[in-house]
Design a binder for this molecule. Structure first.
Ligand code: SF4
Length: 83
């Protein structure tokens, strides 16, 4: 399922949306508290690293958790009036 290209971005939006909407296929994501903020990793990386486009790597999940934590921290700072 090719959905994108490193140089051109998303080349098949319909397939990309199918991947993003496929939470029932992303079993690891179903119980993840970050699922509302995350689209399940890069399909190509998932396939290369885990053998399944719907199975994200643990490393990607940790990176997502750090990004979201930083975003929440920034959001709190903005609400508190800091820059
Ligand atoms: S952090 Fe990992 S398990 Fe959680 S929704 Fe994202 S890809 Fe899925």
């Amino acid at each position: 399922m090719r959905t994108s290209d490193v140089w051109q971005g998303w080349t098949d939006l319909e397939k990309r949306l199918e991947f993003m909407a496929g939470l029932e296929r992303r079993t690891k994501c179903q119980s993840c508290k970050l699922a509302a903020f995350c689209t399940g990793g890069c399909p190509a990386v998932n396939l290369y690293m885990t053998g399944n486009i719907y199975e994200p790597t643990t490393t990607d999940c940790h990176i997502t958790a750090v990004y979201i934590s930083l975003l929440h921290r920034k959001e709190k700072a903005v609400k508190a009036g800091a820059n």
